[in-house]
Design a protein around this ligand. Structure first.
Ligand SMILES: O=P(O)(O)OC[C@H]1O[C@](O)(CO)[C@@H](O)[C@@H]1O
Length: 242
C-alpha cells in the first residue's frame, strides 16, 4: 500500500488525475472504474483540464461506475448517471456507448446486476478503480454487513449514508433508500486501486480502514489485501495515520 499525503486539495486532485491519465496514455483502451460523491469532483475537473490541454484522450476508454441509486432516472439531477455527464463525460471525448452505469430504473434489478457483471467481465479487468470512502467505511455503496457481496447487487443504504448524501439533494427530496453497487469482489479484482479521501471528518475511518483489522464492518479495510493500492489523502484525512 502506498499512502501519499497532500497539503492542498489542488495537488491531490492533480496527482490523482496524473495517475489516471498515465494509465490512459500507456493504454488508450484502458478500462476505468469511476466513482461519484463529493470527493472526485476536483479530480474530474483536472481530467477535463488535461483533456483540454491535449494531454490525454478518452476516445477509446471503457468506463464502469461503481454505483447508482435505485429509482432515479438518468436525467434526475442526483442520479450518478447525470453526475458523470455533468462532471466528466460531457466535457471529454469519451464514447458514450462505452460508458457504463447500472440502471436504477431497471424493472428487474437482479437481472440488471447480472447484466452489469457480464459487461465488466466482457471488458476484461478494470485497469484502475477510483474509490471514495464513506464515513462508515463503505466503498461504492458496499455498506458494513456481516457478509459482503462479491458481485453487483442491490443494497439498502445505511441511515448514515443517506444523511451524508442528503446534502446533495434539494430540500424536501428524499435520498433513495436503495442502490445498485459493484461488489467488493469486483472492486478487488481491479488491477490498480486508487482510494482518495479528503477532510477531517474522514480521519478516523481512514485510520480504521487502512490500519485496523480487516473486517466486513469496515468494507474499505478489505482494500488492505490488494497488491496495488494507492491512497491519496489530504493532511486532515491522514491526520490520524501513523
Ligand atoms: O465523496 P463523498 O461525497 O464523501 O462520498 C464518499 C463515498 O460515498 C459515496 O458517495 C456513496 O455514498 C461514494 O460514491 C463515495 O465514494
Amino acid at each position: 500500500m502506498n499512502i501519499i499525503t497532500f497539503d492542498s486539495e489542488a495537488k491531490l486532485n492533480e496527482a490523482a488525475a496524473r495517475i489516471i491519465t498515465g494509465i490512459v496514455q500507456t493504454n488508450p483502451s484502458a478500462v476505468l472504474g469511476l466513482a461519484t460523491g463529493g470527493t472526485p469532483v476536483g479530480i474530474y475537473k483536472q481530467l477535463v483540464h488535461d483533456y483540454n490541454e491535449g494531454l490525454v484522450s478518452f476516445k477509446k476508454v471503457t468506463t464502469f461506475n461503481l454505483d447508482e441509486y435505485v429509482g432515479l432516472a438518468p436525467d434526475h439531477h442526483q442520479s450518478y448517471s447525470y453526475y458523470m455527464r455533468e462532471n466528466l463525460f460531457n466535457h471529454v471525448d469519451v464514447d458514450a456507448s462505452r460508458t457504463n452505469i447500472p440502471s436504477g430504473l431497471a424493472s428487474d434489478l437482479v437481472e440488471e446486476c447480472s447484466r452489469y457483471d457480464q459487461l465488466i467481465q466482457a471488458a476484461g479487468r478494470i485497469d484502475i478503480q477510483l474509490l471514495g470512502l464513506g464515513h462508515n467505511g463503505h466503498i461504492g455503496f458496499n455498506e458494513p454487513e456481516e457478509e459482503l457481496s462479491s458481485g453487483t447487487h442491490v443494497v439498502e443504504l445505511a441511515e448514515e449514508t443517506k444523511q451524508a448524501n442528503a446534502r446533495f439533494f434539494s430540500e424536501g427530496e428524499q435520498v433513495p433508500s436503495q442502490a445498485i453497487t459493484m461488489g467488493v469482489g469486483t472492486i478487488l479484482k481491479a488491477k490498480t486501486l486508487l482510494l482518495v479521501v479528503k477532510g477531517k471528518d474522514k480521519a478516523e475511518i481512514v485510520k480504521r480502514a487502512l490500519t485496523g483489522p480487516i473486517t466486513t464492518d469496515v468494507p474499505a479495510s478489505l482494500l488492505q489485501t490488494h497488491p496495488q493500492l494507492t491512497v491519496l489523502v489530504d493532511q486532515a484525512a491522514g491526520s490520524l495515520l501513523p
